[in-house]
Design a protein around this ligand. Structure first.
Ligand code: FRU
Length: 487
C-alpha cells in the first residue's frame, strides 16, 4: 500500500471507532507479536520517551503512529509500572492537537518539578509550504491528563542551527534545570546544544556541548546526559556515520562518550565514541534514575528508515527490556534488570560437552525464554549455538576463541529484516564465559559476559522454529544451559 502524505498525517481523532477497532483486532492476530516486550497495539512504535520515576511508579512513553507501519504523525503512548517488569497501558497521552505540535509530538523526556510530573518534548510543526519548525514544549500531569503549556519554552532552532533541532532531555543540577537538545549545525554536521533555566519557565541558550567529534554525522538525535559511578556520560545517536570495519554497521548509530563534563563551559573531555549495542536493531535509548539510584536504560528495538516484515501487517517495532547501567573498566555495562527474574517460570537445565557434530538439546526448545549459558571449559576453535531451529531456519550464535569474536548471524532466521547484511560481530575484551539470551517471538537480546557487550536484534522466524542445538568447528566445549520459561 502506498502511504500518501494525507494518510501519514491522518489523526486518530479523525478515524471512526469501528475502523480503529478493526485495526486493533487485526494487529492482535498478526504474526510475530511479542510476549514480553513493549509493542504498539497498532501501528508503529519508535523512541522511548519521558522515562521517569514519580510518586511510587515509573512512567514510560513511546513515539507512536497509530495507523500503520510508517513514520506518520506521532503521539506519545503512555505506560506505567510499579516494578519495571509489567507495564500498564494507558493509550495516547499527548496528541498532535496544537499548532506547535501539529505534525508530531516528537521525542523528549520527563522530570519532577515542584512535585509535579513535567514532560518536555519537541513539537514538530510544518508550515503550509511544508517548512519544518521545531518547538520545545512542556506538558504537566494533572490528576487525569497532561495539560500542555500554552507557549513553547524554546521557539524554533537557535541561530546557527537548522530545523533539525529536537529531543530535549532535562535534568536538575545545583539549583538550575538543564536541557540537552540534538541539533544540526548550518554546515550540516551533528551536535548537541545546552539550555538552562532557573525555574523551568524561562530558558536560555548556554552553549554547544563541546566534544572532539566536530564532524561526525549530519545530525545527532536523542541526546542524554547523566553521571554514573563518578563519570559523566553523554549518549546520542549520530546519523550519517559511515561503517568502519565491524563498527557503525547499522543505518544510524547509538553510542556514548564517557569522561568529564565541565558544567561551566560544557566542554566534555572524553574517550572514543563507543556503540551501545552490537546487534542490528537498537536506537534512541533513554535513561532514568530508579527509585533506588540505579541508572536504567530502555532502547527502541528498531531503526529509522528500515522496513520490517511486520510492516505488511500494519505494525512495527518494540522496546528493549529495561537494562541497568554501570561503568566498569572505563565502559558502560548493560545488564538486564534483576527484577526480571520475577518473570522466570519453569526451569530446565542441561549440561555436557558440545562437539563437532550437532547435538540437539531435546526436548529443550521454545520460542520465548531466558537462556543462561555458562561456558565452563572451552577447547574449541569455534563453537555454535543455534536457537529457533526448524528444518529450514536457525539463528546462529558463534564464538571464535582465538579472536574472542562473537557473531550473531540471522541469515537463516526466517524472513529478513533490513538489508541483506545479516551478520554482526563483536570482539570481547575477556574470554567468553557467560551468555544470557532473552528470546521473544520476534527478537533476541544477547548479553555477553554479564553485559560487557550486548547484541539486540529482531528476527522473524516461523512458528515451528523452536529447537536449540550446539556444535563446534573442532574441539569441545563444556556448557551448562539454564533455560527459564518467561511468564
Ligand atoms: C529518532 C527520532 C527523533 C524524533 C522522533 C520522531 O528516532 O527521529 O529525533 O524526535 O524520532 O518520531
Amino acid at each position: 500500500m502506498e502511504w500518501t502524505r494525507e494518510m501519514r498525517y491522518r489523526k486518530l481523532s479523525d478515524v471512526p471507532e469501528e475502523e480503529y477497532l478493526k485495526l486493533l483486532d487485526e494487529t492482535d492476530r498478526a504474526p510475530w507479536r511479542q510476549h514480553f516486550h513493549i509493542q504498539p497495539p497498532t501501528g508503529l512504535l519508535n523512541d522511548p520517551n519521558g522515562f521517569v520515576y514519580y510518586k511510587g511508579e515509573y512512567h514510560l512513553f513511546y513515539q507512536w503512529f497509530p495507523l500503520g507501519a510508517v513514520h506518520g504523525v506521532k503521539y506519545w503512548y503512555h505506560l506505567t509500572s510499579h516494578d519495571l517488569v509489567t507495564f500498564k497501558a494507558h493509550g495516547a497521552a499527548l496528541a498532535p492537537d496544537t499548532t506547535f505540535d501539529s505534525h508530531g509530538v516528537y521525542s523528549g523526556s520527563a522530570i519532577v518539578v515542584d512535585e509535579q510530573l513535567h514532560v518536555v518534548y519537541t513539537g514538530n510543526h510544518r508550515t503550509a509550504d511544508w517548512e519544518r519548525i521545531p518547538y520545545q514544549l512542556v506538558a504537566v500531569l494533572t490528576s487525569q491528563d497532561f495539560v500542555k503549556r500554552e507557549q513553547p519554552i524554546i521557539k524554533g532552532p537557535h541561530t546557527g542551527y537548522t530545523e533539525h533541532f529536537r529531543d530535549p532531555k532535562v535534568w536538575f543540577d545545583n539549583g538550575s534545570y538543564f536541557a540537552v537538545i540534538g541539533a544540526q549545525r548550518l554546515d550540516q554536521t551533528g551536535t548537541i546544544v545546552v539550555y538552562r533555566s532557573p525555574d523551568f519557565k524561562d530558558w536560555e541558550f548556554v552553549s554547544e556541548l563541546k566534544t572532539d567529534y566536530t564532524d561526525f554525522g549530519y545530525m545527532w538525535e536523542c541526546p542524554d546526559y547523566f553521571e554514573l559511578d563518578g563519570h559523566d556520560v553523554i549518549l546520542f545517536c549520530p546519523q550519517g556515520v559511515e561503517a568502519d570495519g565491524e563498527q557503525y554497521k547499522n543505518i544510524h548509530q547509538s553510542g556514548y562518550l564517557l569522561g568529564t563534563l565541565d558544567k561551566e563551559t560544557f566542554q566534555m573531555t572524553h574517550g572514543d565514541f563507543i556503540e551501545l549495542d552490537h546487534g542490528f536493531d537498537f536506537y534512541a535509548p533513554q535513561t532514568t534514575l530508579a527509585e533506588d539510584g540505579r541508572r536504567l536504560l530502555i532502547g527502541w528495538m528498531g531503526l529509522p528508515d528500515t522496513a520490517y516484515p511486520t510492516d505488511a501487517y500494519n505494525w512495527a517495532n518494540c522496546l528493549t527490556i529495561p537494562r541497568e547501567l554501570t561503568v566498569e573498566d572505563g565502559r558502560l555495562r548493560q545488564r538486564p534488570l534483576k527484577e526480571w527474574q520475577k518473570r522466570r517460570g519453569t526451569v530446565e537445565t542441561a549440561e555436557g560437552y558440545a562437539m563437532k557434530h550437532n547435538i540437539k538439546l531435546h526436548p529443550y526448545e521454545g520460542n520465548c525464554y531466558e537462556l543462561l549459558v555458562d561456558i565452563i571449559e572451552n577447547e574449541s576453535t569455534e563453537f555454535y549455538i543455534e536457537l529457533r531451529v526448524s528444518k529450514k531456519e536457525s539463528t546462529l550464535l558463534s564464538y571464535n576463541q582465538r579472536e574472542r569474536r562473537f557473531t550473531l548471524d540471522r541469515s537463516e532466521s526466517g524472513q529478513l529484516a533490513g538489508d541483506e547484511d545479516t551478520r554482526r560481530s563483536v570482539v570481547l575484551e575477556h574470554d567468553l564465559r557467560h551468555i544470557q539470551v532473552f528470546m521473544d517471538e520476534s527478537s533476541i537480546e544477547i548479553f555477553l559476559n554479564h553485559g560487557e557487550r550486548v547484541m539486540t536484534a529482531r528476527i522473524f522466524p516461523a512458528g515451528d522454529a523452536r529447537g536449540i542445538r550446539t556444535s563446534t568447528e573442532s574441539g569441545q566445549v563444556y556448557f551448562k544451559f539454564t533455560k527459564y520459561q518467561l511468564l
